[in-house]
Design a protein around this ligand. Structure first.
Ligand SMILES: [Zn+2]
Length: 190
């Protein structure tokens, strides 16, 4: 696989950087193309560092211990929400144990699929939600986490794969609004 970065390096400009791609011209891209600069490519890290943090350093494990943040507990998986967010609502489908997606067996895969569908529906049914996007990122802790992000209805500039980048810049959603929506999502998942 050494050829992957060789090919990428062969495509860089005189300044050693790739040019911004077509996404930078999308109307939903948060930044204007002019003045945008791509970070220089860095070399391989093989073997990759272990992405599993210890459970005591894991935000997902911490959230699972807070009942106000737990929206559902199933057999092997559960649904939690972050303590705060900048969107209409955010939920995470997580394993109840400190493990990654690679650790799930087929029953776990079935439970995950069912919870993705049910959590999506519960969030989509909230007032003021235009769409819900589903992502798997693990939150940097090595704990299975499928993140569902609710986009505000009618705010089409936030739609699609740049929603998380926009969310990073938006102001926090009031805690009481999030708590009220959490009650509805918890009821829908019960
Ligand atoms: Zn954990």
């Amino acid at each position: 696989m050494r050829e992957f970065l060789d090919r990428a390096q062969a495509a860089v400009s005189d300044d050693g950087r790739l040019a911004p791609g077509g996404m930078a011209s999308w109307e939903v891209f948060p930044f204007e193309r002019e003045g945008l600069r791509v970070r220089p490519l860095v070399d391989y890290a093989v073997p990759e560092p272990d992405r599993r943090k210890a459970p005591e350093d894991c935000k997902t494990c911490t959230a699972l211990a807070r009942e106000d943040l737990v929206l559902h507990r199933g057999r092997r998986l559960g649904v939690i929400r972050p303590a705060g967010c900048n969107l209409v609502f955010v939920a995470n489908i997580v394993s109840l144990a400190h493990e990654v997606l690679d650790d799930l067996d087929d029953d776990g895969h079935v439970e995950l699929g069912r919870l993705v569908g049910r959590t999506y529906s519960a969030m989509k049914a909230l007032d003021g939600v235009g769409n819900v996007h589903v992502n798997k990122w693990e939150n940097g802790a090595g704990h299975l986490s499928v993140t569902l992000l609710a986009r505000p209805e009618g705010v089409l500039q936030l739609r699609g794969s740049n929603l998380a980048a926009w969310a990073d810049m938006l102001p926090p959603t009031p805690a009481d609004e999030l708590a009220a929506r959490a009650v509805r999502v918890r009821d829908a998942l019960s």
